[in-house]
Design a protein around this ligand. Structure first.
Ligand code: 5FX
Length: 529
């Protein structure tokens, strides 16, 4: 190995429902894609959508060891398929954001002296002080959120420091909850990782640092100084700065691949690892956006994000340190009811067929004859509400819609909310005919859905033929970190996305009025809960 056209860059994506590896060569061509799906490939963990939703309906966790076992399976699959591990020059990766991993005291020694003959999950099975990791879908920490905000001087003050007011899924309050409810397990925790830095730890055989971009999703990092905020740490748990380690810029090389991986899979001893980051920051890198582009990512969660040169504190949405350039920022809004809700409605109203779903979207009018649906199958983030709500054109509640109306209602309702919260979070951001909306994620393959997005946002929608932008972004980040050049240099051969939908005439007026109604109805629902 070493240099030359032959070298590869490996990108990992530890997402909610699966882990995936993607490899590119120096010309940015994808040469390998391998995935392990938690529900179907690891049925012994009995997850649904990669998680366990507890009986209280707000606690959501995933077994940490399942992720380790998935890592074993993934690399074994690649080995079996003859993947040339020795050609990998650098690795980076992404993880579902906010989720946390609790390593038991003494584990670092084990990580540093792994036995190449044994699978990793067998060696790490007793190494997690909290065996079930809280994930981004968890909404069980409302009391902790209020406490954190109060301790630092209110929600806006917290947003000024950390880029976000307190949100239930954010890691700081998840840690606070664990330190209060499970004090002995907390004490027996040597290190706390995010899913991203946990995954990186499996590659370097040591505790990997948290990167600044994913670290911004914890309500613990001061995004102005790029250091942990002492007051936030103090509010969330004792000895927290030791348990977290120092954060590093997202493009930092954090070490070489472990001896375990060299011996077991034939990685090169020179193979470097660049800090892993969150899935949304990695997606930003994978879309290679221009300033002013808006990315809409349609996955387990739906997110809308963009690259911002500066930041202002807002009560809705989030600001993260930018994964590509830690002197700039990225703004993001996140919605919990994304693809699983769309899939449920496809199953219930379109006989489980995406073709039929698309047909219904095409045959129903823009604005759905005034019908509006709000589908929060699980507790939404903004607003913090769960339930299904349907309204007719006079804003009266109705209990059901005909199937084709239901299909349009879910997509219109979701996209109106995506635009509305994007405008609240990214003050001054308005989409128009000169904005490029870059769509990614599973639903970006569905042209009928993309047409609704274009109509609601009043902007053309572009897609590239790579739906997994987090994995690709991780490959780009690996190359960027290794070469230390400008990111624009790394992505100069990135395939140009193609315009697949432009706004329909007249749609703008319909959605302008409908958005006002949506906002009023959503507020009423939130006030009633
Ligand atoms: C972002 O803030 C989120 O919570 C989600 O998009 C997760 O990152 C999904 F993995």
């Amino acid at each position: 190995m070493d240099g030359g056209e032959d070298r590869l860059f490996l990108g990992l994506d530890f997402s909610t429902q699966q882990i995936k590896a993607e490899a590119i060569n120096d010309s940015l061509q994808i040469v390998n894609e391998t995935a392990v799906k938690f529900d179907s490939d690891l049925p012994e963990f009995k997850t649904h959508g990669g998680v366990h939703i507890h009986n209280d309906n707000v606690t959501v966790t995933a077994p940490t060891i399942m992720w380790v076992k998935a890592f074993d399976l993934l690399l074994e699959k690649m080995k079996k398929d003859g993947f040339p591990f020795h050609k990998v020059a650098c690795i980076s990766g992404a993880g579902q954001q906010h989720g946390s991993v609790y390593w038991k005291t003494g584990t670092n020694k084990i990580l540093r002296s792994l036995d190449e003959k044994k699978q990793l999950h067998k060696q790490l099975q007793n190494c997690f002080s909290i065996p079930d990791s809280p994930v981004w879908m968890d909404a069980s920490t409302t009391v902790n959120c209020r406490e954190l905000e109060e301790k630092v001087g209110g929600p806006l003050k917290l947003a000024e420091i950390t880029g976000s007011r307190s949100f239930e899924r954010y890691t700081g309050t998840q840690i606070m909850k664990i330190s209060r409810t499970r004090p002995s397990e907390y004490k027996d925790t040597e290190r706390i990782s995010l899913v991203s830095s946990f995954a990186a730890s499996l590659f370097i055989g040591d505790y990997a640092p948290i990167d600044l971009s994913d670290g911004s999703g914890m309500n613990l990092l001061d995004i102005r100084t790029k250091k942990w905020s002492p007051e936030c740490l103090q509010a969330c748990g004792s000895d927290l700065s030791q348990k977290l380690g120092d954060p590093v810029p997202s493009k930092q090389v954090i070490g070489n691949v472990s001896q375990y991986l060299i011996s077991r899979y034939n990685f090169s001893p020179n193979c470097k690892v660049v800090a892993f980051t969150g899935d949304n920051p990695a997606s930003l890198a994978g879309m290679a956006p221009k300033l002013g582009d808006v990315v809409i990512s349609l996955g387990s969660s739906d997110t809308v994000f963009s690259w911002s040169p500066s930041h202002t504190a807002e009560l809705e949405g989030h600001i993260f340190v930018n994964p590509i350039d830690s002197n700039t920022y990225m703004s993001l809004v996140c919605f919990k009811n994304g693809s699983l809700t769309r899939e449920r409605i496809k199953d219930e109203s379109a006989d489980g067929s995406w073709d039929k779903f698309s047909e219904y979207l095409k045959k129903t009018p823009i604005g759905n004859n005034g019908n509006i649906g709000i589908y929060f199958d699980v507790m939404e983030i903004q607003p913090l509400v769960q339930g299904i709500f349907r309204f007719n054109k006079s804003d009266e509640k109705v209990t059901s819609f005909p199937p084709e109306v239901e299909v349009r209602a879910v997509i219109e309702g979701q996209m109106i909310a995506r635009k509305m919260y994007m405008e609240m979070e990214m003050r001054g951001m308005h989409t128009g005919l000169d904005t490029r909306i870059l769509a990614t994620g599973g639903a970006s393959l569905n042209k009928a859905i993309l047409q609704v997005i274009s109509d609601v946002f009043g902007a053309p929608v572009f897609v590239s033929d790579i739906p997994n932008s987090a994995g690709l972004g991780s490959c780009y980040r690996a190359k960027h970190g290794l070469e230390g050049c400008d990111f624009s240099e790394v992505v100069k051969n990135h395939p140009q996305p193609e315009c697949v939908a432009v706004p329909t005439e007249g749609a703008h007026e319909v959605y302008k009025e409908m958005s006002l109604r949506y906002r009023k109805l959503e507020r009423e629902i939130a006030n009633q809960q």
